[in-house]
Design a protein around this ligand. Structure first.
Ligand code: NAD
Ligand code: IPM
Ligand code: MN
Length: 355
């Protein structure tokens, strides 16, 4: 049965990298007979500025009812400073589809890209499980006496038993499936005694259900220190929405930059429910329209998408090809090459093994 992929190119460099990622999907469809349907969805700043549309009900329903996956470029445009439309789209997908696990691999694919002194690619190889439906991102809160000297601004931090447990379980299930012996949980329970006491308690409870896997707690500030000093002990990290966002940009730096980091937003590891895939990077407005954006984060994201849809081995195959392209310097300038976005994608596609 055909698998429908909704393509939301979005803003800034989003359309440029999604164009190349679409070529990769078409390559799989045309050269390998993958039964993929491609549905281009016009959402983002241009659409919003044109007719006020952010994330309409009919598109949400078609995505939920008909699509197998969503591939999103990036949303965010300086012409719309409030970014309300961007949250509507991004959180409309993440929350609306209950994509509670934001899975962000931090895997360096070439020694050359690792910025840490004395470290090589194999030293940087972990996956962050970022809670994706709660925390401060739900935007429960408000402002009072705005613009006065007495003004108050509140963003509540929502942590539910169900939400905390399911992301921790997802991390342990991943560790179990991949033979990892340690899962790290990062919080700030020393400062946030209510919410993160819940994280601590649930983490210990869940860890007890996985004999053979050790649950180790780490404060998120110290985690940032350790990841730079020595990332080798980290294989699986689970954390909340905000900390996961921050830690994965740090992680992207360990991989060679945001042009190298892909991600999946999934309801669970089991296929069958629509999931959303996006590079970790944003719309990089300063790079937009200049044919300089690195398309590899989007390619690695396509790898995660295909793997999730059941095309086994494609994530690793795309990773290997990206690694080879990096080593051959057939890549964009941010990762030490001299090619533009389109030329880097051409070289990548020419390199993809056909068997
Ligand atoms: P950004 O990720 O767009 O850029 C951060 C840095 O990384 C910049 O120096 C940029 O040039 C570089 N970079 C990012 N992607 C790159 C690529 N593919 N190739 C080469 N270099 C790349 O983050 P920002 O500047 O903080 O945010 C810009 C806008 O994007 C904001 O509106 C933000 O809210 C939005 N954003 C959206 C998403 C998303 O839609 N998933 C993710 C992150 C940021
Ligand atoms: C990301 C982005 C988003 C987030 C922004 C654009 C709201 O930084 O996907 O990493 O914080 O989740
Ligand atoms: Mn981010």
């Amino acid at each position: 049965m055909s698998k429908l992929i909704a393509l939301i190119a979005g803003d800034g460099i989003g359309p440029e990298v999604v164009l190349q990622a679409t070529r990769l999907l078409e390559w799989y469809r045309d050269k390998h007979g993958y039964d993929l349907g491609l549905w281009r969805v016009d959402l983002g700043a241009d659409r919003f500025l044109r007719d006020g549309t952010t994330y309409p009900q009919d598109i949400a329903e078609r995505i939920e009812g008909e699509a197998s996956a969503v591939l999103l470029g990036a949303i965010g445009d300086p012409r719309v400073p409030s970014l309300d439309y961007a949250r509507d789209i991004l959180f409309g997908l993440r929350f609306g589809l209950d994509l509670y696990a934001n899975v962000r691999p931090v895997r360096a694919l070439s020694d050359r890209l690792v910025p840490l002194k004395g470290r090589v690619a194999k030293d940087v190889n972990f996956v962050v499980f970022r809670e994706n439906t709660e925390g401060v991102y739900v935007n429960i809160g408000g402002q009072f006496k705005r613009g006065t000297v007495d003004e108050v601004a509140i963003n509540e931090d929502i942590n539910t038993r169900k939400g905390v447990e399911r992301i921790i379980v997802a991390a342990f299930e991943y560790a179990k499936a991949h033979g990892h012996e340690v899962v790290h949980m990062a919080d700030k329970s020393n400062a946030m005694r209510h919410a993160h006491e819940l994280w601590q308690r649930v983490f210990v409870e869940v860890a007890a259900r996985y004999p053979g896997i050790i649950g180790k707690h780490v404060y998120v500030d110290a985690l940032c220190l350790y990841l730079v000093q020595d990332p080798t002990p980290f294989k699986v990290i689970v954390t909340n929405n905000l900390f996961g966002d921050i830690v994965t940009d740090l992680g992207a730096a360990l991989q060679g930059g945001l042009g190298m980091a892909g991600s999946a937003n999934v309801h669970s590891a089991v296929p069958g429910r629509v999931a959303m895939f996006e590079p970790v990077h944003g719309s990089a407005p300063a790079l937009a329209g200049r044919d300089v954006a690195n398309p590899f984060a989007a390619f690695l994201t396509v790898g995660m998408l295909l793997e999730h849809l059941g095309y086994a081995g494609q994530e690793a195959r795309i990773e290997r090809t990206v690694a080879e392209a990096i080593d051959a310097r057939q890549c964009t300038r941010d990762v030490g090459g001299e090619l533009g976005t389109a030329a880097a994608a051409d070289a990548f596609l020419a390199r993809m093994p056909t068997a």
